[in-house]
Design a protein around this ligand. Structure first.
Ligand code: ADP
Length: 484
């Protein structure tokens, strides 16, 4: 259900899944473009400033030369009214695409290259200040022009300043030059951006190639080729991912293999009693007129085989129930000594049949948070085994003890023991040390797996110490209080 919803989600918003290539390429292009745009802006700004400043200095110098000439020729006194000076003033105004106004001591305009304000008065602040000896220079950024006021000295130094030359010149020319530079820069920027996009796409494709290789291999795995070598060591990231997936895969393979083994074991185990029943029934039928005692004997064997079959099925069902991930644990405060006493009481008839003595050793009173039914099944399996794999006249001792954290149930017997090399495997499903003997005793081969599963559910541990021929000791260690 959840998967389906997730699938639907992906189908509804396919556009949300972007390839890693996109952000990486966009970032690369941005990292290239932003500094380039900033650089061109700063460079063009600086260039414009330098151009304007040098134009202003140049104009100032030229005006100063002009003013000196006026002083020398006595222009304002009317000594050289032959027009040469006027043409020079006009020429200079034209060269700098501006307007020159000459004001005399009475603030009257004596020359205006635009010829619109002659004979009028010009009492501007700059002009007044200039008469006081302060030449001024102003630049109007918004209207793109600058204005300068330069004093015209009298030929006799005592008389001081006899007029002011005011020049206003436009910087439009510089601006249009800058526009041309800007257009060229823009063209270059677009070109570089295109190159950057192509380069970014190429680099990103190259950088992500190992990830694509890994993806291809994973697709093969998804298609069922579980043995595909998915190692991709090009980057640490691909190496880590492929390693993680590899170990998940090998775990999956193990699970798959053990599932297959389990299924084949189950079929084999279930088939064995049926085969025996068939053999017994067939031989009975083949006998024709057989004595009643023989029929009885065979029927008893058939009944034993049926018991075995149902024991296997019961154990399998318990195991399947325990294996379910949502297997519930029904905790309650249980007196462990009482629980063990009940188990021993139930098993005593079997023990007596085998002439095995059952001993309970209770070191202290123990009450713990456990699932009574499941724990009872686990301990019963151990005691049953201790009886089954014992010799006549033997004993089984069950000891109950505890410390401040755990309680311990020890099941010791003086039976046949378990060879060291088999000790790790006996907790596996259907594993038996002596196949024939175990079947003969009616074992399903599932008892110890059930016990271990129950102990793990209680967050406990199981330990075995045994020596072949000397008996075995199974010890359960379970927390007194269940740890969630
Ligand atoms: P089974 O139903 O065959 O007894 P178990 O899972 O309970 O299955 O035990 C697995 C195997 O471990 C048994 O077949 C037996 O060979 C061995 N085993 C278990 N308990 C003992 C024991 N107390 N002494 C000797 N062997 C044991």
């Amino acid at each position: 259900m959840e998967n389906e919803m997730r699938r639907k989600h992906w189908f509804s918003f396919p556009s949300l899944t972007v390839s890693l290539k996109v952000p990486v390429a966009v970032l690369m292009v941005l990292f290239g473009m932003i500094p380039m745009l900033l650089c061109t802006q700063v460079l063009i700004g600086t260039l414009r400033q330098i151009q304007t400043d040098s134009r202003m200095v140049e104009v100032q110098n030229q005006c100063q030369i002009l003013s000196s000439k006026m002083t020398r020729t006595g222009y304002l006194r009317g000594d050289s009214r032959d027009g040469t000076m006027d043409s020079e003033i006009q020429a200079m105004a034209d060269v700098y695409n501006g307007r020159i106004v000459v004001v005399n001591r009475d603030f009257r305009i004596v020359q205006d290259t635009f010829h619109i304000a002659e004979r009028r008065f010009l009492v501007a602040e700059e002009v007044v200040r200039c008469f006081q000896g302060e030449s001024s220079s102003k630049y109007n950024k918004d209207k793109h022009y600058f204005a300068q006021a330069i004093p015209i000295y009298d030929s006799t130094p005592i008389k001081g300043i006899e007029g002011v030359l005011v020049i206003t010149a436009s910087t439009e020319g510089i601006l249009s030059l800058m526009d041309t530079v800007y257009d060229k820069a823009l063209f270059l920027e677009i070109l570089v951006t295109l190159v950057l996009i192509l380069a970014a796409m190429g680099v990103v494709t190259m950088l992500l190639r190992p990830f694509q290789e890994l993806q291809k291999k994973l697709n093969q795995v998804a298609a069922g080729a579980l043995d595909t070598d998915i190692r991709t060591d090009s980057y640490r990231e691909t190496k880590d991912i492929s390693r993680a997936v590899g170990s998940t895969l090998s775990k999956l393979k193990e699970v798959d293999q053990s599932r297959q083994e389990f299924v084949s074991n189950v079929s084999h185990e279930l088939k064995t009693p049926i085969t025996s029943i068939r053999v017994l029934a067939d031989s009975l039928m083949g006998m024709g007129e057989a004595p009643v005692e023989l029929y009885q004997e065979f029927m008893e064997d058939i009944s034993d085989e049926i018991d075995r079959e149902s024991k296997i099925i019961d154990d399998l069902l318990s195991l399947v129930k325990l294996d379910k991930s949502e297997a519930e644990i029904n905790l309650s405060q249980v007196d462990i000594v009482v629980l063990v006493k009940q188990i021993l009481k139930r098993l005593r008839p079997i023990a007596n049949k085998k002439n095995v003595e059952l001993i309970l050793e209770s070191i202290r009173e123990v009450t713990a948070d456990v699932d009574e039914t499941k724990l009872s099944l686990a301990i019963s399996n151990l005691v049953e085994n201790a009886i089954k794999y014992n010799s006549a006249g033997g004993w089984v001792r069950v000891t109950v003890d505890a410390d401040h954290k755990f309680f311990y149930v020890k099941v010791a017997d003086c039976g046949i023991g378990i060879p060291e090399e088999e000790q790790d495997r006996i907790f596996e499903r259907f594993y038996r040390v002596d196949k024939a003997r175990s079947r003969a005793t009616g074992g399903s081969g599932l008892g110890l797996s059930i016990t271990r599963r129950v102990v793990l559910m209680h967050k406990g541990a199981i330990r075995l110490t045994s020596k072949e021929g000397d008996g075995s000791i199974f010890t359960l260690r379970i927390p007194l209080n269940y740890i969630a």
